[in-house]
Ligand binder design. Structure first.
Ligand SMILES: NC(=O)c1ccc[n+]([C@@H]2O[C@H](COP(=O)([O-])OP(=O)(O)OC[C@H]3O[C@@H](n4cnc5c(N)ncnc54)[C@H](OP(=O)(O)O)[C@@H]3O)[C@@H](O)[C@H]2O)c1
Length: 327
């Protein structure tokens, strides 16, 4: 197949492109050219901002894609810019589980939706969830609800993603624990750690995207992707410590004493646990065993430590204060 991938050189998109190439598809990756893995798989590149795709309509036409994967539509404007240029072919779009009202509940510390969340759970009523938050790579008009609305007009397959982890994850989801282990910390403060937040290894996710591309019965449908069984946050931290071969101890501290980066381990009223039954049934998709996946990911992140975000005296003081509050 000939697949046009919008984005696709950082993390999730990168793994999708590698998997498409491995199975023999011809891939055209559309990105700005700011990120390009060294010695990467030999795929075609169209280097442009997606907002300027109209200027490359001829190149898109001559590539003649059989299918499209949109890995990085963050706003209505991101989709509006590409729709007139792309052919009406099967399309898979990466969305997020932040479209559910449960996401608002978690942010505001109240229970808004029963779990597990299914594709028909209540959608978020509040718009632009990260407006003004100044989060890297997240524009103020970010809203996957807008992205889904726009792509629905093309009967695209929408994949709602949970917390994704694995090699090349620039958000480094496990680092909340790993940075403490690297600093030689033997005790890590933690709250109740009761949050159930569905996660997914990037490789399982890529398998789900390929299955959606290959399944015409999935056209126009929306799917949650994620692991099929979820451990609470505290148990995930324990798995990370074990996978790193460390003997650090999690020490329960009062919620009010938690360091900023551990705030999510406080007692939570709303969980973000999803059901992936529809993806399993329609796509025939089975994610890997979570504990094996965590080990693989931790191994990669230990071998590729981040260049930034080193442990500081302030970090040590915040942890020490929290641990003292426990006593
Ligand atoms: N990571 C998670 O836990 C998580 C959770 C829920 C949903 N998601 C969703 O998953 C998707 C994939 O995220 P990812 O971080 O793995 O990204 P990715 O698809 O691996 O990489 C982003 C790509 O988009 C390109 N890009 C960025 N801005 C662009 C622009 N204006 N025009 C053209 N290309 C542009 C980047 O290349 P250049 O820099 O070269 O342009 C890069 O190739 C996103 O839609 C995200 O919302 C992720």
């Amino acid at each position: 197949m000939r697949i046009l991938v919008l984005g696709g050189t950082w993390f999730i998109g990168r793994r999708i492109v590698e998997r498409l190439h491995e199975r023999g598809d011809d891939v055209l990756v559309v990105h700005r050219g700011r990120s390009e893995p060294d010695g990467w798989v030999p795929v075609e590149h169209l280097r442009t901002d997606r907002r300027d795709l109209h200027a490359h309509a001829g190149r898109v036409r001559s590539f003649a894609p059989d299918a499209v994967v949109d890995t990085l539509a963050l706003s209505a404007a991101d989709v509006d810019a590409v729709l007139p240029v792309l052919p009406e072919v099967p399309t898979v779009v990466l969305s997020s589980q932040d479209v559910y009202q449960a996401h608002t509940g978690l942010r505001h510390g109240r229970c808004e939706s029963p779990v597990p969340l299914t594709e028909s759970s209540t959608l978020r009523r509040e718009r632009y969830p990260y407006r003004g938050a100044g989060i890297n790579h997240v524009p103020d008009d970010y809203d996957k609800l807008d992205v889904e609305d726009r792509w629905c007009s093309r009967a695209a397959t929408i994949l709602r993603l949970p917390l994704v982890y694995g090699p090349h994850d620039w958000q480094r989801r496990e680092d909340v624990v790993l940075r403490r282990l690297r600093a030689g910390r033997r005790q890590i403060p933690i709250g109740a750690g009761n949050l159930l937040w569905t996660r997914c290894h990037v490789d399982d996710l890529a398998t789900g995207v390929l299955a959606a591309l290959d399944t015409r019965a999935a056209d126009g449908l929306t799917f949650n992707l994620g692991e099929s069984r979820t451990w609470p946050l505290a148990a995930w931290f324990t798995q990370i410590i074990g996978a790193a071969g460390a003997d650090a101890e999690l020490v329960r501290v009062p919620d009010a004493a938690l360091p900023q980066d551990l705030a999510l381990t406080a007692v939570q009223q709303q969980h973000l646990l999803v059901s992936v039954a529809r993806a399993q049934e329609v796509l025939g998709w089975t994610p890997g065993e979570p504990s094996h996946r965590v080990s693989e990911s931790v191994r990669w992140h230990l071998e590729h430590p981040p260049a930034e975000g080193a442990w500081t005296d302030e970090d040590a003081a915040a942890d020490d204060d929290a641990l003292a509050a426990s006593a």
